[in-house]
Design a protein around this ligand. Structure first.
Ligand SMILES: *Cc1c(COP(=O)(O)O)cnc(C)c1O
Length: 305
């Protein structure tokens, strides 16, 4: 089976933002949110090589939290490629399903749940073996799609830019996107990732490990900024919400709150505090969208056992 083909070139060249609050920093947006309405941004990039050449005799199985964009993306990709999908969700089932899981369900994904302590051990051979015993054999895609294949997909981004720049910025969850983008940079520009989780000091080791797995060795052209997690994953305090709403008003584009808002806030703050000097040319990668379409026609559930 072929990999998911990339769409016609993403709607770049990146567009420059006019905003006097940037203190002389020049900012362009790379609109990866426009790659595809259902499989957006970095999720498309990370799934592309993960789904290449898979046999349709087994389902895709992957992991995520109850609001995971990765879960939705895998469900949508499975439907498009004709592969059954199983989503292993952290925590207990809550009915009715939240909109994110309802969307995954409507794409035909089968949802199963793991209590939090078992979920933490999801990468161990014991838990994987128990999942195989219960659900049969499957193609396993790690949480967030962050593995060597996912990193290689993200490494394709810089070649699409077609412009000169000094820095490229992205949000950081698992670190796969930053690992890939940095690995794909030409000599010169550097990558800065903005961590959205609190206390994520382990991330630098994780990004280096992902780069080693994907490309043999880590690059030295990236850093992680830990100053803009706003209290932790999915926390949106009022100043962040106000910034995102104001950005939407000024620039007419939806700002996804969990990841993209924190990165953009961080870029503006670092421009204002002089950390990014005036004249610096920055590309910010808009890695996803705030809203997602519900599949128009609910798909019949896929029966696996
Ligand atoms: C999943 C996601 C990320 C996180 O990417 P990682 O590769 O896990 O660091 C960033 N932005 C958006 C919009 C996402 O949905």
């Amino acid at each position: 089976m072929d990999p998911i083909p990339l769409p016609a070139p993403t709607p770049v060249p990146p567009s420059e933002l006019a905003d006097d609050r940037l203190g002389g920093v020049r900012l362009w947006l790379k609109r990866d949110d426009l790659i595809d309405p259902e499989i957006t941004g970095n999720k498309w990039r990370k799934l592309r090589h993960n789904l290449a050449g898979l046999s349709p005799d087994r389902p895709l199985l992957t992991f995520g939290g109850a609001y995971s964009g990765h879960i939705r993306a895998v469900a949508a990709a499975g439907r498009r490629l004709g592969l059954a999908t199983v989503g292993v969700i952290r925590g207990e089932e809550h009915l009715p399903l939240n909109p994110s899981l309802a969307c995954a369900r409507a794409y035909g994904m089968r949802l199963v749940y793991l209590d939090r302590s078992t979920y933490r051990a999801k990468d161990t051979p014991e838990v994987v073996a128990a999942l195989r015993a219960r659900h049969g054999d499957f193609h396993l895609i790690p949480e967030g799609g962050s593995n060597a294949a996912g990193v290689r997909g993200c490494a394709e981004l810089p070649a699409e830019l077609g412009m000169d720049y000094d820095l490229i910025c992205c949000p950081v969850g698992t670190g796969g996107t930053l690992a890939g983008i940095a690995a794909g940079l030409p000599p010169g520009p550097r990558a800065v990732g903005f961590a959205v989780l609190k206390g994520a000091a382990y991330l630098s080791g994780e990004v280096a490990r992902l780069q080693r797995d994907a490309h043999g060795e880590p690059t030295r052209n990236w850093t992680v900024d830990h100053g803009f997690h706003f209290g932790g994953y999915a926390k949106v305090p009022p100043d962040l919400a106000a910034f995102a709403a104001d950005f939407e008003d000024r620039h007419g584009l939806e700002v996804e709150r969990v990841y993209v808002a924190k990165m953009l806030y961080g870029v503006y703050a670092r421009a204002r505090d002089g950390h990014f000097p005036p004249g610096t040319r920055i590309v910010a990668v808009i890695t996803g969208r705030r809203t997602f379409p519900q599949p128009s026609s609910p798909v019949a559930p896929t029966v696996l056992d």
